[in-house]
Ligand binder design. Structure first.
Ligand code: FAD
Length: 267
């Protein structure tokens, strides 16, 4: 993940990263491939998101086992996990806080279900209200530019973050949005007036529908562009970044993250 300087400075405000458990209270379909999971935990009453694409570490118990005791705060979640005996060692994956309701001490997390090939999707596919899972605070990579025009590029795993960014985009900030999903059934409702250019890749590799369209869609906006946020499968995020840099855009104004890796676990 590569953050802009402004986002790094903002994220330094969070000096303590809490770890706690949360309880699933509801699951609601969002689109063909995505389900909304609503969780509650007392800590969500005073949790403060640093930005619209706030993400967290989901700490997933070994199937059929409870989470082992975890410290209340951490510096390095990986180090902590690696000290836990293997038979109860949880897995960690990263997700976005799609919505936060402090008064109810709740959050929503929109999870793309892709079968049982990874621990997060496996847990989410089988999860029922009452199930308990771990949450560790992290940070938020997006930061709105002070002016100019922003480019937002996302795939289905980055749609929760994209939707939150669009909901909180300051009025008057020019925004160009490109999003790639497998098909039209995977498009969730997003409350925004900003036009989204959708690309459908079907069964082809991530990025194969959107990347070839960058030139036609983005070139007319390049001279006004002040910031780019590029998130999704690694080929989509790095391919978009490469195109922008080769087109002359300032790499320091790009935030990009490979949210998942085709054929590989994203630990
Ligand atoms: C900052 C950040 C925020 C994120 N926010 C969200 C979010 O809000 N919602 C969300 O759904 N995801 C989100 N992701 C992506 C999510 O963390 C990855 O998809 C992760 O790999 C899922 O873990 P897993 O255990 O299911 O699969 P892994 O164990 O990581 O991978 C196992 C296999 O599944 C494949 N795989 C992983 N993800 C997908 C997918 N989406 N579609 C098809 N195949 C896949 C891998 O290529 C691999 O072959 C985010 C990632 C980051 C870094």
């Amino acid at each position: 993940m590569a953050l802009t300087k402004a986002a790094r400075e903002r994220n330094e405000r969070r000096t303590v990263r809490r770890i706690f458990t949360m309880t699933l209270i509801a699951r609601t379909p969002v689109s063909r491939n995505t389900t909304r999971f609503t969780f509650t935990a007392a800590e969500f009453a005073d949790f403060e998101a640093l930005g619209p694409d706030e993400f967290f570490a989901l700490i997933i118990p070994v199937p059929g086992r409870d989470l082992p005791p975890l410290p209340a705060v951490d510096e390095d979640i990986r180090e902590i996990i690696n000290t836990i005996p293997e038979d109860v060692r949880p897995e960690v994956r990263w997700y976005t806080v799609r919505a936060h309701r402090p008064a109810l001490a709740e959050i929503d997390v929109d999870i793309v279900l892709h079968g049982d090939s990874g621990p997060a999707s496996r847990w989410a596919t089988d999860a029922e209200p009452g199930d308990v899972i771990g949450f560790r605070e992290s940070s938020a990579p997006y930061i709105a530019p002070e002016g100019g025009r922003q480019l937002l590029v996302a795939d289905e795993t980055a749609l929760p973050a994209l939707a939150a960014i669009l909901e909180q985009t300051p009025a008057g900030l020019d925004t160009v949005v490109m999003a790639e999903v497998p098909g039209p059934e995977d498009i969730p409702a997003i409350a925004t007036d900003v036009e989204i250019a959708w690309f459908h890749r079907g069964d082809a590799d991530p990025g194969s529908a959107l990347l070839p369209a960058l030139e036609a869609v983005v070139t007319p906006h390049l001279s006004a562009l002040s910031y780019a946020w590029l998130c999704g499968e690694r080929a989509l995020a790095t391919g978009s970044r490469r195109w922008l840099v080769e087109a002359g855009f300032d790499p320091d104004q790009i935030m990009f993250s490979g949210y998942w890796r085709l054929g590989q676990a994203r630990g």
